[in-house]
Design a protein. Sequence first.
Length: 620
Amino acid sequence: MAPQDRPSTGPTTPATGDEDGAASNRHPVDDHGMIGDLRTAALVSGAGSIDWFCCPRFDSPSVFGGLLDPDGGHWSIRPVGSTRSRQLYMPDSNVLVTRFMDDAGVVEVQDFMPLLRAHDPDHVQRIVRRVVAVRRTADMVMALHPRFDYGRAEHRVERDGDAVVWRTDELVLRLEGSVAVELDDRGDVAARFSLGPGEEAHLVLEVGGEAGGRGSPDGALELLRGTVAFWQRWIGGSTYRGRWRDTVNRSALTLKMLTHEPSGAIIAAPTASLPEEMGGERNWDYRYVWIRDAAFSLYALLRLGFTDEAGAFMRWLTDRFADGDDFEEGPLRVCYTIDGESTCGEVELDHWAGHGGSRPVRIRNDAGRQLQLDIYGELIDSIYLFDKHGAGISHDSWTDLLRLVDWLREHWDQDDEGIWEVRAPRQPHTFSRLMCWVAMERTMRIARRRGLPGDITTWAATRDEIYACIMDEGWNEERGAFVQTLGGEQLDASLLLLPMVKFVSPTDPRFLSTLEAVERTLVTDALVFRYDQDRDVDGIEGVEGTFTMCSFWHVEALTRVGQLAEARLALEKMFTYANPVGLYAEEIGVAGQALGNFPQAFTHLGLISAAINLDLALGP
């Protein structure tokens, strides 16, 4: 059949949703599981609706954007009528199962993005949805409403036999399966179908839309088995056998899903513009790679035995500092696209309502133009860890590293935006100085251990100068704590890392006093704020929730000072803030609600590190 032009699905007035109940403002952020294929990911709500999907990559425009607008696009499958639902992952995999239950029985929707082997050059991107009537006759309703390019792009739609194909200038999608579907004038698809006990149906949405042939029951089941086997083989390579194995494995599987396998990059989160404050303006695009995450990512991967992933990410990182001469703020950017390009050029999507009415909805991220000196320490610490536990640093990488260190020796004492990416005037951040100290100290360690050439005497002099600066100006005698800025008064949870990066002993009275001050001011239950919320710190209106990564840093700090019972209780409490399938948002409100982008790699990295180190401290 020839293509039919359909009305544009460009900017629209926010709708109230439709009868399938998929308008995702009804679905909290943490009422979602994630599926992925190491190229991109999709979020599936507990109501059976895919509310977020960008393709073919994490940072591509969205096709389903219902998380950010009721008419942003979704794909829902659910039983007719009212049911309870629960989600789980198939054991040791990233195949998500949404179980709908009522007095009549149980029906499952099994969602996954097929992966059959690592680094597959013939990979075809698909979302497969398998519906199984486990113990009932199931009357099901399905609705697929694509909204291309964040709802801004027109599309054409056509029938190809029983399949439906959507086309834009940039993308082709194809839907086929065992269910007959109806197509309306807007290019949306709907279906109603019934399954007897033990019967199943299959729907496959393919990016590219040309191959077809996998919508049959045999084809979908083959993809399911192959994908489960892929994930089980991968997590079987973990060396962690400790107390919290299931929880750590889920964080590792989540981290792996946030990896872009073709490049080796690990993104911060698969989502954009989910609010740090409901109804507020703290809404940022996190579908990029932050240099800051490098040390934590590599540390977690290496500690779990995943050296291949660590090596791939290291190659991506070294490419960044090999060609970083064109950025006016220094040789490194704060964050990069998957391709290593700038993330700058924020755009506000005025036609979208925002999650829970939180506006503006932003895509891209201007943090990429900030100066954040801490990233040099985090990068060089990751290189040190890889050189120690991985394959070792190459001559070319060492040469590039020396160039970074030379630049940092001349600029470590500049004011900057700091680790929290404040959009306020630059300040002399203590944590930035701390990580500059790490950069010098780790470079010296690498050179001495490997016998590599370098000016160790000069590095040592700079290291010692930074140390004195932090001890003299980063310490506030009145507060009895290290503080956020030199000569300032503000507490900052990032300074919980002082003993973890080996700047001070965990038993140093100054650190013990800092820990006590942070606990008095920033800790509530097991949750930890980044900094005092009653002060104007970041130049942005409103307040935010607690920062989940900082809560795991607190667990590590308690572990290192020997407060093991307190550390274990705090860790177990943090586990209760995960969503039902073990995923964490960037932030947690004091009432336990998920805030910010979801799921966040930084948080899952922190969980892995905290659990491993506490396990070691507790002993067998």
